[in-house]
Design a protein around this ligand. Structure first.
Ligand code: ADP
Length: 499
């Protein structure tokens, strides 16, 4: 009898669900947008109950689309937007505040207080993370501070807190499973990177009672059963944060294997083996614990990758749609020395300069919009090299090839240029849905549908390999121009008169 796997993907803008058969063919799909709540500039929240109801709706839609009954599903896996945090009442299940989303900046003052208190270094030493509002800890602290009586109730054991995976699994199992996995845990700024458990000393500094927090499990654990939701004992067999799920879905099981996602933002994740690596400008996290082995990763986030195309389209109106960029960029052989540095909100990994602003430099009388569009495509490539350079600088990590995914990788010119500038093959897989496939395949592995990581590796298939064609001299020459341009954007807002 065919075995089916249900995938649950709770993203930042939408919730989705897939049903696949054991050959990994998609047979059912559901998707819905979730509401973005902006209470004030820079604040972003979600309604946890909407996430839950929409997620259930799209899971049911995927089952209907696949024309299978819950009883036909052998395993389910979950992946989620990371860091976003919810606090809820243990007895009623009611959230006491909205979910505070990863990108929200409302908890910056909490971080400032912690750094002033002198625990910044301790945080970095224990969690690998540079203190930031991005991670869960300050979000939970903020909710406990801003909802009347919350701290007292948390101390009495009346409140629970967690990331979106925890919230969903608690609800799907009718409160039986209060769990998360090591990859999600590593993004909370509360988990010790060595022990893979909550760090009591940090929790003490944050004044977050440990009893509010879920049990941290390996990523291929048995997280519970969907019985209360579907009336069928579907085991939840995997849980991974979205970027780690993407790395797993790209079958990057060995040290040095990596994936680069070219979405609105860009994310590079590198499997760095069984020990955490510390590399300036990049973030160490846990990739996963699978079959008893923990794979650490390092990652780097680029604020503007596909975002630059949106800017060309919506604001400059140089293109009608992002995919047009490939045709326009291909009309000129080079940018003739023009560089676009997309530091719209500052420079992100690995340079980190919040004062930088974007620039287009090198414009002459001969510059046309084709050069600007090409420079925009090339900026995606150079920024990726910046992160690869940082990751490989001390020689510990070697990157033999780059596996790519995300909306922009349909752009062949982008992929070819990436191979040229890095000097390594760029590999585009057949399956563009690495994230949700990552957790579906892992759920299949943990429940015995698949027998080994090798079997999963064999299921990952290449669509196209882009081999480097440019000489290293030419590539390095182009890249050195980028480095000079990037340097010019640094500290820009500090150079302006302050009002
Ligand atoms: P996300 O999930 O981050 O919203 P996607 O992975 O769907 O993003 O990718 C969409 C992004 O990729 C958009 O920012 C868009 O501008 C860009 N994009 C889409 N197609 C292309 C293309 N052919 N060339 C360059 N950029 C593209």
């Amino acid at each position: 009898m065919t075995k089916y796997i249900l995938g649950i993907d709770s993203g930042t803008t939408s919730v989705r669900s897939f049903v696949i058969d054991e050959a990994a063919s998609v047979i059912g799909f559901g998707q819905a947008e979730i509401t973005q709540i902006y209470p004030r500039p820079g604040w972003i929240e979600h309604d946890p109950k909407q996430i839950l109801s929409m997620q259930l709706e799209v899971m049911r839609a995927a089952l209907r689309d696949a024309n299978v009954q819950p009883a036909d599903i052998s395993a389910a896996g979950i992946t989620n937007q990371r860091e976003t945090s919810v606090v809820w009442d243990k007895s009623t299940g009611e959230p006491i505040y909205n979910a505070i989303v990863w990108s929200s900046r409302q908890t910056v003052p909490v971080i400032e207080q912690w750094v002033e208190k002198g625990i910044g270094e301790l945080i970095e030493e224990r969690t690998g993370l540079i203190p930031d509002a991005y991670y869960s800890a300050s979000k939970i602290r903020w909710i406990l501070d801003h909802v009347a009586g919350a701290q007292e109730r948390a101390e009495k054991g009346e409140l629970l807190a967690g990331t979106i995976d925890t919230w969903l699994m608690w609800n799907f199992t009718n409160g039986k499973s209060f769990v998360t996995d090591v990859s999600n845990g590593s993004r909370t700024m509360m988990m010790n990177l060595q022990t893979l458990d909550w760090d009591d000393e940090l929790l003490g500094h944050y004044n977050i009672p440990r009893q509010m927090l879920a049990q941290i499990m390996p990523s291929d654990a048995h997280f519970g059963d969907l019985e209360p939701t579907f009336g069928a004992p579907i085991p939840l067999g995997s849980d991974l944060g979205d970027q780690q799920a993407g790395l797993f879905g790209q079958a990057a099981f060995e040290q040095g294997q990596c994936k680069m996602t070219y979405g609105t933002a860009g994310v590079l994740n590198i499997n760095c083996g069984q020990q955490p690596q510390r590399i300036a400008g990049l973030t160490p996290s846990v990739g996963w614990t699978v079959q008893g082995k923990t794979a650490y990763e390092i990652e780097g986030v680029l604020f503007a990758q596909g975002k630059t195309m949106q800017w060309l389209r919506d604001d400059l109106q140089l293109i009608h749609a992002a995919p047009d960029s490939e045709w326009y960029a291909g009309q000129v052989k080079s940018t003739d020395g023009v560089y676009l540095v997309p530091a719209f909100t500052g420079l992100s990994a690995p340079t980190w300069d919040p004062y930088a602003r974007a620039a287009i430099i090198g414009i002459s009388n001969a510059t046309t919009r084709l050069h600007i569009i090409r420079a925009a495509v090339e900026s995606m490539v150079y920024q990726t090299r910046d992160m690869v350079e940082a990751a490989t600088a001390d020689g510990t990590i070697k990157i033999p090839e780059l596996r790519v995914d995300g909306g922009a990788v349909k752009n062949n010119l982008l992929c070819q240029m990436q191979a040229d500038i890095l000097g390594i093959p760029v590999i585009r897989p057949k399956n563009h849905e690495a994230t949700i496939f990552g957790v579906m395949l892992l759920a299949g592995l943990s429940t015995g549908i698949y027998s080994s990581l090798d079997e999963l590796q064999d299921m990952w298939a290449v669509e196209r390999v882009f081999e480097p064609q440019l000489s290293r001299d030419e590539a390095d020459g182009l890249y050195s121009g980028w480095l000079a341009a990037r340097e010019l954007t640094k500290g820009w807002t500090k150079k302006l008169p302050q009002h």
